[in-house]
Ligand binder design. Structure first.
Ligand SMILES: [Zn+2]
Length: 294
């Protein structure tokens, strides 16, 4: 059985099964109410994985005060409606820009697939929404956690910084070269990713815990030096991919599918059967470059 494993004092990571690669749920224990960051991808994994892992620590969902979402992708918010059905006292907190997506995550999932329909995986069969109890502003505190808006992976992506231990809970905000199932980094908003990384480099980050294992460094960085190296490597991956897409454009290769295949191969990744995620990254870089040149 999967268990919550300690990352730092009062911060625990649970690896919840998901198609292709696990998705992380982070438990934060403090003098305030317990907090979960993200919820796994489905109602089923709440029942099969999250509830038993909480029980292993002597907790039930009714003990949890808050579930916070790092961003509104199905593998991170797919369990929220089920948590609230099982424990109506759980409060849901999302970044203020995420409200509409949290109400209708399946609509947003379909929207992501609409750009490259023939290259997209099917959306989840079920992805229930929830009305947030609290819309978080940038820098808002929930217990010991500070909300840090870090656009890049998506426009509304956030990290939560545990101000006691300096542990940064990133969801998908730090992409490195992406997960094994993505092929490369997934950035819907690359134009703001670098500023997000620099903002994080200016914070007293002591540890990092991500929502998936990211290539090539994995899901955690423990200690200030490892955390800075992780962030610096994200900068390097970003600069590489941006330059690669620009170089292909100079060479006259602009088709997102062709560039995506070349990029995945260039970084030594595995091309997914459905290429929509690398294609989104490539198209977003192309659009950001057009914006700069306009
Ligand atoms: Zn995501």
């Amino acid at each position: 059985m999967e268990r919550f494993t300690p990352v730092a004092d009062g911060v625990f990571l649970l690896k919840v099964p998901f198609t292709g690669v696990w998705t992380g749920v982070v438990l934060v224990l403090s003098d305030d109410e317990p907090i979960l960051v993200d919820s796994g991808g489905s109602a089923e994994t709440v029942d099969s994985t999250i509830v038993p892992a909480l029980a292993d620590l002597g907790l039930t969902l009714s003990d949890i005060g808050w579930v916070l979402a790092t961003h509104i992708h199905g593998d991170h918010v797919g369990g929220i409606a089920r948590m609230r059905a099982l424990a109506p006292s759980i409060k849901v907190g999302v970044f203020h820009e995420s409200r509409t997506r949290m109400q209708q995550p399946l609509a947003y999932s379909r929207e992501i697939r609409a750009k490259f329909p023939e290259h997209s995986a099917a959306p989840p069969a079920v992805l229930d929404g929830a009305e947030p109890d609290l819309l978080l502003e940038d820098d808002a505190m929930i217990g010991p956690l500070r909300t840090i808006h870090t656009p890049g992976h998506d426009t509304d992506a956030c990290c939560f910084l545990d101000t006691r231990s300096g542990t940064l809970i990133t969801g998908d905000s730090l992409q490195l070269n992406g997960t094994i199932s993505q092929g490369c980094a997934l950035l819907f908003d690359p134009g703001r990713y670098l500023a997000s990384l620099h903002r994080l480099l200016d914070l007293p980050v002591q540890n990092i815990v991500c929502g998936h294992p990211y290539l090539p460094l994995g899901e955690t960085a423990i200690g200030e030096e490892a955390a800075r190296r992780f962030l610096a490597t994200c900068v390097g991956c970003y600069e590489h991919d941006r330059g690669f897409v620009a170089g292909m454009a100079h060479a006259g290769v602009a088709d997102p599918l062709a560039v995506a295949h070349a990029l995945v191969e260039e970084i030594g990744g595995v091309a997914p059967a459905k290429m929509f995620l690398p294609m989104h990254t490539v198209a977003a870089y192309q659009e950001a470059a057009e914006g700069e040149n306009a």
